[in-house]
Design a protein around this ligand. Structure first.
Ligand code: SAM
Length: 356
């Protein structure tokens, strides 16, 4: 990040205008997507389309097409030359790049109205934007299945795009440990459990999640023909129940970022109390500060505000230093930290440290 005194005033004022314009340009991009203009321009390729052709594709008026294309050109999404408009590379990525789509659709379909309530959420320490998605209090998690479309598809699309990519790199690391029973806390739809069970026919898996999510996971596991090896244990991990202590691996993927700091430590202590000797905790998370490129850290910091304003009011994407502190506070030892899995995940392995 540039220090204030190294940046020219011109560059700084341009950047400040970019921030001021960002909501308008974002909405322009969303309209281009929703009116099918991005897809039509992609199909037209380099020759592009005339305003008349864009009007025909979108059903919009002269005025609507012109105001939209002007804003989108300013944002670098498309360019107009000699009366024909075509996509820029940025526009192409907005439409076709799976990572950009996951981020963009999540922002557009899940977050924007709720994030507008950020100041209230920060002030009150609760997700005041949650009510933009449904008549709910508390946290979003018991209501994931009730999300209306397109919010539901975009929520799962965002969550699973990043974890699926990291799963590809972690399945072999887990099977190499030859676990007999893995406990997947926050197992969600059962995607990881099904993948792992298919990769290792000897492994048994227990998914711990809220009762509503366990119903979805159980249906998916049954459909995959894996009910004899993958079971669900419906539980709110913040409740006082004890977790059965038989697993040799405790797996938490994109799970602890759903909790505030004190609760992360509480959950880790709960697992520590259940752990049997020789077992390990494997935490898979995208960490702020460990991303390959600065834009990755910037995305995580921005998307953290979804937790603040919509999901729970108290959590965020954490850093490696945060997790080292949580482990210490929970009486756990960091055995290893491996970066660069999937798009930008880190696998943190923790042990009880007492070898008992
Ligand atoms: C962001 S999703 C992670 C999904 C999956 N592990 C992955 O990597 O894609 C978080 C999961 O934690 C679950 N969860 C949230 N709060 C919980 C709680 N208090 N007790 C148990 N599960 C919870 C949610 O229902 C959801 O399935």
């Amino acid at each position: 990040m540039k220090k204030r005194d190294e940046e020219s005033a011109f560059s700084a004022i341009c950047n400040a205008q970019r921030i001021a314009c960002a909501p308008f340009e974002f909405e322009a991009a969303r309209s281009l997507r929703d009116f099918g203009i991005l897809a039509a321009l992609d199909k037209a390729g380099d020759p592009g389309l005339t305003d008349e052709e864009i009007k025909a594709v979108s059903g919009l008026s002269d005025y609507a097409v012109r105001v939209l294309l002007n804003a989108a050109e300013g944002a670098g999404i498309l360019k107009t030359e000699s009366g024909r408009t075509s996509l820029t590379k940025t526009g192409w990525f907005l439409l076709n790049d799976p990572m950009t789509k996951a981020n963009f659709d999540f922002a557009a379909d899940v977050c924007i109205p709720g994030v507008a309530r950020l100041s209230d959420s920060l002030r009150e320490g609760r997700p005041t934007g949650l009510s933009t998605l449904g008549p709910w209090d508390g946290t979003l998690y018991p209501h994931l299945r009730e999300l209306s479309q397109p919010a539901r598809e975009s929520w799962f699309g965002y969550d699973q795009f990043f974890s699926d990519n990291a799963f590809s790199d972690t399945v072999s690391r887990v099977t190499a440990l030859h676990p007999t029973l893995l406990c997947d806390i926050g197992g969600n739809t059962g995607k990881w459990a099904i993948r792992l069970a298919k990769a290792d026919p000897s492994i048994r898996i227990r998914i711990v999640d809220l009762p509503e999510q366990c119903e979805t996971a159980a249906a998916n596991i049954a459909a995959a023909g894996l009910s004899s090896r993958v079971a669900c244990f419906p539980d709110d991990v913040m409740s006082g129940t004890n977790l059965p202590g038989d697993p040799d691996i405790w797996w938490m993927s994109q799970f602890l970022d759903c909790f505030g700091e004190a609760d992360v430590v509480r959950i880790l202590k709960k697992v520590r109390n259940a752990m049997r000797p020789g077992s390990r905790i494997l935490i898979l998370e995208p960490l702020i500060g460990n991303q390959k490129f600065p834009i990755g850290d910037r995305c995580l910091a921005a998307f953290s505000l979804y937790f603040t304003a919509i999901a729970n009011g108290c959590s965020r994407f954490y850093s490696e230093a945060d997790f080292r502190r949580f482990a210490l506070d929970a009486g756990l030892e960091v055995e290893s930290v491996e970066n660069g899995l999937g798009i930008g995940h880190t696998l943190i392995t923790l042990t009880r440290g007492d070898k008992s």
